[in-house]
Design a protein around this ligand. Structure first.
Ligand code: 13P
Length: 331
């Protein structure tokens, strides 16, 4: 066990906090700005990320922020970089290091995640900037005979290589095999796909000798697809998700965090609350949301600096709610 990696994990997983995912690529960030007709420029993205990361009191709820390459290089109004300002506030800066999804040859439209080339050099630079953890995401869509076993295996092998390289650089890897919520699949199909990808991931991590105590799994919850006839109830989501995690995740893993994946803010916190209410699990569990904590605040901000305080208030309320939810203590 690497003591310094597990110390970072423990700080990131400390109750009642969670992680903020603010690592949308420029393309994804612009897509969200466009729907609200907010101009998408270096400067507007800087202002938005600053609104989030410098919100009053977020250190009560947030232990770490996952940044994007553009953001970690930008300076806040305080004259400090984002990584410096977060660290000063007791929040650990992290960085998304994958280079996104491309169609996998012979399996399109299924995808594989790129970004291993030059990764060690990029990590040296990010470490010097203050980042102490990283994120890498793969995505799997459920369908007839999907995801293909070969696509799962190839993605998880690359993800395990990423995790080994990150630990060698003295940073904590977050491994994120996302099972996509879009679709009309059932709760049971979501459970099967999620269990398969997580099991293959841990086989590949073992093969790469990754230290599981110095690693965080970021996963989707198990729930019926967005277009399914039946919406899964929070109790169904909690039971199905914990069943899969207990079947597939080794007990040594340092922590588990959830993505929100297109669930509404209420759904994401109600489902997390039901999971938290079931009680202690072999690993600490919390949230690492982007959309479910950002979108209501983004609508209020709307690119207008007069709205910053109101947007920050909404953002802090959402964080407080999810921090309560991780312990099953939502009102
Ligand atoms: P969402 O919470 O919007 O799913 O984003 C989390 C994330 O980090 C996706 O990679």
């Amino acid at each position: 066990m690497n003591q310094s990696l597990s110390a970072i994990v423990q700080q990131l997983m400390a109750s009642p906090k969670g992680l903020l995912a603010a690592d949308e690529s420029t393309k994804s960030c612009c897509k969200r700005f466009d729907t609200l007709k907010i101009a998408c420029t270096d400067e507007s993205r800087l202002q938005w990320r600053q609104l989030l990361c410098m919100s009053p009191n977020i250190e009560l709820y947030i232990s770490g922020v996952i940044l994007y390459d553009e953001t970690i290089r930008q300076q806040t109004d305080s004259g400090l970089t984002f990584a410096e300002a977060l660290t000063k506030n007791g929040i650990i800066p992290g960085i998304k290091v994958d280079k996104g999804l491309v169609e996998m040859a012979n399996f399109a439209p299924q995808t594989i995640t790129e970004g291993l080339d030059g990764l060690a050099e990029r990590l040296t630079e990010y470490y010097a900037m203050g980042a102490r953890f990283t994120k890498w995401r793969s995505a799997f869509t459920i369908g007839v005979d999907l995801p293909s076993p070969a696509v799962v295996r190839a993605n998880m092998a690359v993800m395990a290589r990423y995790a080994a390289i990150v630990q060698a650089a003295g940073m904590v890897p977050i491994v994120e095999p996302e099972v996509i919520y879009d679709g009309d699949h059932s709760l049971a199909e979501s459970g099967r796909a999620t269990e398969l990808v997580i099991k293959v991931l841990f086989e590949e991590l073992a093969a790469m000798k990754v230290d599981l105590t110095g690693l965080i799994l970021k996963t989707s919850m198990v729930l019926a697809g967005k277009d399914a006839a039946d919406v899964s109830s929070p109790q169904q989501v909690a039971d199905a998700t914990l069943k899969v995690l207990n079947a597939a995740v080794p007990r040594e893993v340092g922590g588990i965090v959830f993505l929100s994946g297109g669930q509404s803010p209420d759904q994401a916190s109600n489902n997390l609350n039901a999971i938290g209410a079931i009680g202690t699990q072999p690993w600490p569990i919390t949230y690492s949301y982007s959309r479910a904590v950002q979108e209501p605040a983004l609508k209020i901000w709307h690119g207008n600096q007069n709205n910053i305080k109101k947007a920050q208030l909404k953002f802090a309320q959402l964080l407080a709610r999810n921090s309560a939810a991780r312990n099953g203590e939502c009102a």
